[in-house]
Design a protein around this ligand. Structure first.
Ligand code: NAD
Length: 396
């Protein structure tokens, strides 16, 4: 037992602390929204890779509390130790498990490196007990990948073909700055594809299939992003975009295999909208773009977070009995509202006028910052941040 007063210790795009009660309140709010959505049908077993924060957390919560699935999550979080808090994902998972247990639902977590053979073996062992997978969600956002032979691939966020010069937001000084990024080398492109492309997703699918742990009609989905022209040089046309193209091609190949039986099974990539997560905060220009697009989408009544996006994904596309609607490249497009001509034109109109001084008026930086703090459980209404709280919480 270790009670502490937990305060934020923000360093750029990360907080070194996380508030257990704030994270728990965030999870309860997501569960309430999922319940309110009234999702129809039942999912037997869900496996979510990258289950503790962002899109993966919302997916795991939707499967469990929206469809009554027995859910197994894989994540890579730090547990609380000595005088240090755990990471936000740790506390999210602890609360999800607590809520599920209170209702007799299954919500188990394996906290391990998803790229490793050991994690895959642990999952196989757990699924032999829980049952074969009906829904596999692949939602990893990782900075590096260690292969079983010891090779380490480190992803890069760099442009391809030409250096990048453009506007960005320095989260430390809260200033709009000009950034310059060098062209990625071939090695950096390859490494980023290794980390964020489709290879590991394919490994998961084939390993589970080989073990007889994919249920008849099993479905799998992985998440991608396209985004606007203002972030394209470093996102879609950059190293991470090359990895996403690989992921999307992998989805097409996996679909050929999983749809063969004609029992509703298949593989899809869902292109989701940009939202504030730990992963997106680390990408140059994205925090500034998010602040701008949040203002536009909130003004037009179109704002969505991860929960709303995932509810839409399951309800309209990949949930029980649903047939996904796809674009020409076989992708589900949950970014339809963000990418609409009206929204993008409004962002472009403001983009070149944003300065440090007018940030508060030209963008929804306040909304961005509040969401960013909430990722770590801070700024949540109803939480007493002056009171000591138990930081040692269990996920199993
Ligand atoms: P996130 O940072 O919130 O979540 C990443 C998850 O991966 C966490 O659960 C973390 O514990 C887990 N993880 C990281 N490394 C791991 C490892 N080695 N082993 C096991 N688990 C590991 O990220 P997110 O923004 O929700 O991104 C999830 C996916 O959604 C990514 O593919 C991302 O590209 C995609 N996406 C994100 C956005 C966005 O704006 N955030 C938009 C569209 C698509």
């Amino acid at each position: 037992m270790s009670k502490q007063v937990v305060q934020p210790r923000i360093r750029g795009f990360i907080s070194l602390t996380a508030h257990p009660d704030g994270c728990a309140a965030n999870v309860r709010e997501q569960v309430a929204a999922i319940r309110a959505a009234g999702l129809q049908g039942h999912i037997g077993v869900a496996l979510v890779i990258g289950s503790s924060t962002g899109y993966g957390l919302s997916s795991a919560l939707a499967a469990t509390f929206g469809y009554g699935a027995k859910t197994l999550g894989v994540c890579f979080e730090k547990e609380p130790a000595d005088d240090k808090t755990g990471t936000a994902g740790w506390y999210n998972v602890a609360e999800a498990r607590r809520l599920a247990a209170a209702e007799g639902l299954t919500y188990e977590t394996i906290n391990a490196d998803a790229f490793s053979d050991e994690a895959k073996e642990q999952v196989v062992e757990a699924l032999r007990r829980i049952g074969p997978v009906d829904m596999l969600v692949y939602s990893l956002a990782a900075p590096r990948r260690r292969e079983p032979d010891g090779t380490v691939w480190t992803s890069a966020l760099k442009p391809i073909g030409a250096p990048y010069q453009g506007r960005a937001f320095d989260l430390r000084s809260e200033a709009v700055v000009d950034t310059a990024l060098d062209v990625a080398t071939d090695e950096e492109i390859e490494a980023t594809i290794k980390v964020m492309g489709g290879e590991d997703w394919r490994h998961w699918v084939y390993q589970l299939r080989g073990e007889g742990l994919l249920a008849p009609g099993a479905r799998t989905v992985a998440y991608s992003y396209i985004g606007p022209e203002v972030t394209a040089p470093i996102y879609r046309r950059g190293t991470i975009g090359a990895a996403k193209e690989h992921l999307e091609r992998t989805g097409v190949q996996l679909h050929e295999t999983l749809s063969q039986a004609g029992d509703g099974g298949g593989a899809w990539v869902s292109v989701n909208k940009s939202v504030v997560t730990q992963a997106s905060a680390a990408i140059p220009a994205v925090p500034l773009y998010l602040s701008a697009v949040y203002k536009v989408m909130k003004a037009q009544g179109l704002h969505e977070g991860t929960t709303e996006q995932i509810v839409r994904l399951f309800r309209d596309h990949i949930g029980p009995g649903r047939t996904p609607t796809l674009d020409d490249a076989r992708r589900i497009r949950l970014d339809d509202l963000e990418m609409s001509a009206e929204v993008q034109a409004a962002v472009e109109r403001v983009w070149d006028t944003i300065t440090t001084e007018n940030l508060a008026e030209t963008t929804d930086y306040a909304g961005y910052k509040a969401d960013f703090h909430r990722l770590f459980g801070f700024g949540v209404v109803g939480v007493d941040y002056d009171a000591p709280t138990e930081v040692m919480r269990s996920i199993s």
